[in-house]
Ligand binder design. Structure first.
Ligand SMILES: [Zn+2]
Length: 446
């Protein structure tokens, strides 16, 4: 099993449980806006994007449904309760235990517009998965579509602040009076996310051509949310996919924002920031990304220390002049960001899976087949086999073995055979990150 950086709870583990959740959700819809338990009112920090080429901003908004959206079943809407949403796999590359499960749900799509939602979701995902390292590591993701059905087509606040739509997730532009801030009811998102087999990350695609989106960080999501982050983005704006790409930088890579605010001044602390892409060291050779110092970067810079980041102007440094974590005018992560993303992928996903259970002993003639995740490009997987901890060099790369083929002879003694996959990608230079790319499975032979 991989090292898991973040604790996570599985809400749904079986089809039966999913059915119960659907029934509960349908019941909740009949009861109008009532929830199983009233959540404690709280504030949520969200990040928004003033324009396609602008630097993002952070604001705090009240939690729950955006104020301008209509509530389901609220007096006067006269709308029928929502129908049960369907869940389908857009991409399934492996078991949920070995994959990052990305759940995509639409808002402001009526029952007749579900095909349009699927097409919009696919287009958005294809664009995100063109950005490295998502492109190379797409094979570590499962993607689930949840067909949330809204009474109204389109979302609140589009095109103007006074427009109110009745939608499943209560998406609304002009959240907190900010036109481009597309808020969503994260409690509703959490309820729908339970319908998917697993949810590590949630994207909400709002049926709108208006530019906008938002990113909710883990700390501000409803308690016990199984996912690390929620990003919203509009469906028909061809730059809004970068909002999703940026937000996954936070939720998967643990990356900090590399932008700063005018007037924010000097970084207040003396302790090195936790994120991989900020440092207090001006000397690139002392920075946490010193292994990349001087490297030519896909963003166009040479990796060094560039002052300003994490919202502060001075006393803190970022690895490159620009990047996707600094402005959406850039469509690339820098190499430091890529490395952190790859670490994040492997925190939740395994490149190595097998249907042969490791929990029971196998016999000497048992065929053991392993599968490698279909990663490409930057990824460079190497599969090796060992017996009782000793590598069997000639067996490297074999997808199917038997203990006998590897030289194991029973005679009552117990042996262990291990398959190990290491990603030797050149996009990783940090030994601790390399160690995280190692996945292995061990069987006991009797
Ligand atoms: Zn951000």
């Amino acid at each position: 099993m991989p090292h898991r950086a973040r604790p996570r709870t599985r809400w749904i583990t079986a089809a039966g449980a999913a059915f119960v959740a659907v029934a509960a959700l349908a019941g909740a819809a009949h009861a109008g806006p009532a929830r199983a338990a009233a959540p404690t009112p709280r504030a949520q920090h969200v990040e928004y994007f003033p324009g396609p080429d602008a630097e993002p901003r952070q604001v705090t908004v009240p939690a729950g449904a955006p104020a301008r959206s209509a509530r389901p079943g609220s007096p006067g809407t006269g709308k029928p309760p929502y129908t049960e949403p369907a869940v389908r796999a857009l991409q399934r590359t492996g078991p949920v235990s070995g994959r990052l499960d990305l759940v995509v749900m639409g808002d402001g799509y009526t029952a007749d517009e579900q095909d349009e939602f699927a097409a919009d979701a696919e287009e958005k995902l294809d664009a995100i998965f063109e950005v490295e390292p998502y492109r190379s590591y797409r094979g570590l993701f499962n993607v689930w579509l949840v067909d949330t059905v809204s009474p109204d087509s389109g979302v609140s606040g589009d095109p103007t602040a006074d427009v109110v739509k009745d939608t499943a997730l209560h998406s609304a532009f002009f959240c907190d009076d900010i036109e481009r801030l597309l808020c969503v009811d994260t409690d509703a998102v959490a309820r729908y996310a339970r319908l998917a087999p697993d949810a590590d990350i949630v994207f909400v695609v709002a049926n709108s051509a208006k530019y906008g989106g938002a990113g909710y960080s883990t700390a501000d999501l409803p308690p016990a949310s199984p996912f690390h982050g929620v990003a919203t983005m509009s469906s028909d704006n061809d730059r809004s996919y970068l909002i999703g790409a940026h937000e996954l930088g936070h939720s998967i890579g643990g990356l900090a924002d590399e932008y700063q605010y005018a007037g924010q001044g000097a970084y207040p602390g003396t302790e090195e920031p936790a994120a991989a892409n900020l440092t207090l060291h001006r000397d690139p050779d002392a920075a946490k990304w010193s292994r990349w110092a001087g490297a030519q970067d896909p963003t166009g810079s040479v990796v060094g220390t560039y002052e300003g980041g994490g919202y502060y102007e001075t006393g803190v440094y970022r690895p490159t002049d620009t990047s996707l974590m600094r402005t959406l005018a850039s469509t690339e992560f820098n190499v430091v960001g890529r490395e952190a993303m790859i670490a994040g992928f492997y925190a939740d996903a395994d490149a190595l899976t097998s249907r042969v259970p490791t929990t029971e002993p196998v016999r000497g003639n048992r065929l053991i087949t392993v599968r490698l995740a279909p990663v490409t490009g930057l990824a460079d997987l190497r599969l090796t086999w060992s017996v009782d901890g000793r590598e069997v060099p000639w067996a490297a790369g074999l997808r199917t073995v038997t203990p006998h083929v590897l030289g194991v002879r029973g005679h009552g003694r117990e042996h262990r055979i291990t398959a190990t996959v290491t990603d030797r990608t050149a996009a990783v230079r940090e030994p601790a990150v390399r160690a995280r790319t190692v996945n292995s499975l061990t069987w006991t032979v009797r």
